[in-house]
Design a protein. Structure first.
Length: 416
């Protein structure tokens, strides 16, 4: 018996993550999207992309990571599949020609809304690069939950005018779900990413089970970091997660399916030495926009920020300014957290986004941690404790607890 937990990502998060913001356009206008400045005008040119690649590969000594993830985002990245195809071909040729240490130790990574997944150009690209691809399609669950937030953009939205209450909205579920079988056939172990906001809390349980029914075995799910939560949301959230826990355990899904809301490694006091790492990789990543400007993460580009100015760390002409990068390399949990967060009894697993910290801070700093999801994390911990107590009780009753612990040790040994 195998009981699934979160799988270790490729290279166990030690790969360099380099992101091309190839477009700020998208077919959708998702209500919870943190990209507040999406538009159809800012598209990366081949000249900018090439200069960015040449700079990075020319400075091999500054990028010592053993492996690299070349990440493509938007907006919707597959709107620029021709450019992406050209970029990837050039990367492969140049890494080989230069005998670069990243040659044959790389991934091309995509998070897509899935609408264009079936098109011939995208499928040709997948066929060409299949062994080095990671592609996740975002589907939020049932049609009711998905269409609540992931709606088609209208011409008025392009001008920044959102529909008024009562106006018709067009969800994208049917346009995405039709491509799920094709995607899973090509990437059987792929997981999807689900976002939870205040309005869709009542649909968590049914949505996770629906995704399982589509054949998706790994559901990575998280609450938005922005301050959108209302009084009582944490109670509803806990209730939904407990109902989901019952469904997963009583239905036996735990043997072959995973949901990231449930983990043995959360909800404990913080070890001030072992756990004092920064949750986020900002600063250790590199993002490049259509103008060839470098950012510590896409969340620091202007189209990601509500109230702050973009935080740049260089450009394709002048390179990376290490003085602008230095604040990110010094970040850890203690330097940006209030004492109540450091001393919290359930601190482990409480996440944050560095870009949201910066955007929500009352000064232009990355050292002020946003705590908008505090109550949601505590609710998750309570439901998580319920999940594992119930599962372990079930395993002990069936005489399978020892088998589970043995399998877990074997997994940990294989990781090491």
């Amino acid at each position: 018996m195998e009981i699934k937990e979160n799988k270790i990502t490729w290279q166990d998060n030690i790969a360099k993550d380099i992101t091309f913001i190839v477009t700020k356009d998208c077919q959708l206008a998702c209500k919870y999207c943190y990209l507040v400045g999406k538009n159809s005008k800012e598209r990366m040119s081949w000249e900018v992309a090439k200069q960015a690649i040449d700079y990075i590969l020319d400075h091999e000594d500054e990028f010592q990571e053993e492996s690299v993830v070349w990440d493509f985002i938007g907006g919707e990245p597959f709107l620029e599949i021709d450019l992406i195809d050209k970029i990837c071909d050039y990367l492969k040729i140049e890494m080989f020609r230069r005998k670069h240490h990243w040659f044959n130790s790389y991934r091309f990574s995509f998070s897509t809304n899935g609408i264009n997944y079936h098109t011939q150009k995208v499928q040709d690209f997948i066929k060409k690069n299949r062994e080095h691809l990671s592609i996740g399609i975002t589907i939020d669950g049932t049609q009711r939950k998905h269409d609540l937030n992931r709606i088609w953009k209208t011409p008025d939205m392009e001008k920044g005018i959102m529909p008024r209450p009562g106006e018709e909205e067009h969800g994208s579920y049917v346009d995405v779900v039709k491509n799920i079988p094709l995607w899973l056939g090509q990437f059987p172990g792929a997981g999807t990413k689900v976002t939870i906001s205040s309005a869709d809390i009542p649909y968590i349980k049914e949505s996770v089970l629906h995704l399982y029914s589509l054949g998706i075995h790994e559901v990575n799910i998280n609450c938005v970091f922005e301050d959108v939560w209302h009084e009582g949301d944490d109670t509803l959230f806990e209730e939904q997660l407990m109902q989901l826990a019952d469904a997963i355990i009583d239905g036996g899904y735990y043997t072959d399916y995973a949901c990231s809301f449930f983990s043995e490694n959360i909800g404990k006091p913080m070890d001030k030495v072992m756990d004092n790492n920064n949750w986020c990789g900002a600063g250790r990543m590199l993002a490049i926009d259509a103008n060839g400007i470098f950012y510590p993460c896409t969340r620091f580009a202007q189209y990601s920020l509500r109230d702050k100015k973009a935080w740049t760390i260089g450009n394709i002409h002048d390179g990376i300014d290490k003085n602008k990068l230095r604040p990110f390399l010094m970040l850890d949990r203690c330097t940006q957290s209030k004492q109540e967060c450091i001393d919290c009894e359930v601190a482990s697993g409480c996440a944050w986004c560095q870009g949201e910290n910066y955007d929500a801070a009352n000064t232009p700093t990355a050292y002020q941690r946003s705590i908008a999801i505090c109550k949601m994390h505590k609710a998750r911990v309570r439901a998580n404790n319920y999940y594992w107590n119930k599962l372990f009780h079930k395993l002990e009753q069936e005489g399978r607890r020892e088998e589970y612990e043995k399998n877990k040790r074997n997994v940990n040994n294989n990781i090491c």
